[in-house]
Design a binder for this molecule. Structure first.
Ligand code: DX5
Ligand code: ZN
Length: 216
């Protein structure tokens, strides 16, 4: 299967959310990446439930919701009701990760786990078979437009061999600083999904930029 592209709406023009969603609808992208930040788990606040509901009125593809919030269990059903298809929580924000993942699946969503740059992929050894998506943060979460952390390549390779040797179906997503400079190398290392915010939305032609990432 070809790799997937998930543009991050964090970098879109919030004054024109409908037009931005319609642009993505007509592009080669596969998912919409939606970054929710609470100002506690990360030092920034992005947007929340009413905004995602508004986006969902104009989207035609799966919503990949990345929760950068403490105690995400409180909002699992709420994000399902907003239209989330994939719900990703941070490993560092969950005391009972297995329970949280089961609760996400019980709501009919795919369950994702995000790892901060300092968190080794080996922490997922005992739970990998319950994880649909691992989001490897290739920047420190909280802001778009940061530089890609090179150590991510090693993490992708290690995680890919953990997934393959266990016969799991888990997808690997890379989030932060993705550009056409690193996209191919990330896919070659084992990535399945590339998130791209600034590189897509700050480009002069986002549709062509998405097509180039998809074709790389
Ligand atoms: C960072 C977010 C990312 C971010 C990516 O905390 O999780 O999804 O929007 O943005 P770029 O592609 O600009 O690094
Ligand atoms: Zn994200």
């Amino acid at each position: 299967m070809s790799h997937l592209i998930a543009p991050s709406l964090l970098a879109c023009d919030f004054g024109n959310v409908q037009a931005e969603c319609e642009m993505l609808n007509s592009s080669d992208c596969d998912w919409y990446h939606i970054d929710v930040m609470d100002g506690v788990f990360v030092p920034n606040i992005s947007f929340g439930i009413p905004v995602i509901k508004a986006m969902n009125k104009h989207t035609l593809k799966p919503l990949d919701v990345h929760l950068m919030i403490v105690d995400p269990d409180r909002y699992i059903k709420t994000f399902k009701d907003c239209g989330a298809n994939i719900l990703t929580v941070h490993y560092e924000a969950c005391n009972h990760l297995h329970r949280t993942l089961q609760a996400i699946k019980d709501e009919g969503m795919k369950a994702g786990v995000a790892l901060n740059p300092h968190t080794p992929v080996e922490v997922l050894e005992s739970i990998l078979h319950d994880v649909d998506l691992v989001c490897l943060m290739s920047v420190n979460p909280g802001f778009g437009g940061q530089s890609f952390i090179e150590n991510t390549y090693k993490k992708v390779e290690t995680l890919k061999s953990m997934i393959t040797s266990r016969g799991c179906e888990t997808k690997i997503e890379i989030d932060g600083g993705v550009t056409s400079e690193n996209a191919r190398a990330l896919i070659d290392a084992g990535a399945d999904v590339l998130v791209a915010g600034s590189f897509v939305f700050k480009s002069s032609n986002p549709i062509e930029t998405i097509a180039a990432l998809k074709a790389c």
